[in-house]
Ligand binder design. Sequence first.
Ligand code: ZN
Length: 272
Amino acid sequence: MEEAEVFARLNQLQEDLSDRFALEDEIVKLPRDLKVKQELLDKINLEYIEEHTRSEAAKSDLKSLHIQYDDAVLARENSEKQMELISTQREFEALEKEIKDAAAKEQSLLKQLHVKEKQVNEYSERLTEKEQLMSLQKQEVDSEASKIEALLDEKRKQLEALEKKCLNYISGDIDEDLYNKFCNIVKNKKGKGIVPIHGLVCQGCHIVLPNQFVNEVREEKEIEFCPYCSRILFYEETEGAEEKFRKHVEDVDIEEGGLSDFVDSSEFDDLL
Ligand SMILES: [Zn+2]
């Protein structure tokens, strides 16, 4: 395979990989909206349960007040009946006080009863509102869930096809090792895994490269990686760059110490 052909294939692979990564991202992000809606539903459910507990407690208080009130009424009526049986002034006064106290207790309980009844009704109204809200939110969650599930299904199929398509690039000069390396570079370098050199400058990281190294890239004997940004490099003629390249070669030729200590292999560690 000609190097130029390899570069062309890597460029195509780069496009397919970018589509693949975008799709993978979408698949991760899609259920997020649903999660927010589900969380809201959970919150409403929880509020409903708490409100229901308070409502039940109020109902139980109301029941107990009814019993106390009935007892108070009965006590007053009994005292009133005894009125007919008394004979002395002292007994009359004592009984009259008993009736008065009983009546006061009865009135107080009646007031408490009304307050509690009002509270029970308010709870009941709020619970009805919450039930409606819960049912609406649940409908929304269910419909969103089925929509997202269908969409995810579609996206997963697309992804599967793309993954197969990408793997098909492995052949000839693009062996599995280069393929995996390139996938990682494209992923880590925001979709740009192969870039040209203009003059002496890597168009990925815009750092000036040693001329001996640029010469090797121009010779296209093997795949070269930028020692700074790890991207695959190819040489691209540009207007003015050739002149710049020559000038640079003259400038750096003397101080150039060789490429071996220039290329830092640890650059690749995070990619492999
Ligand atoms: Zn670079």
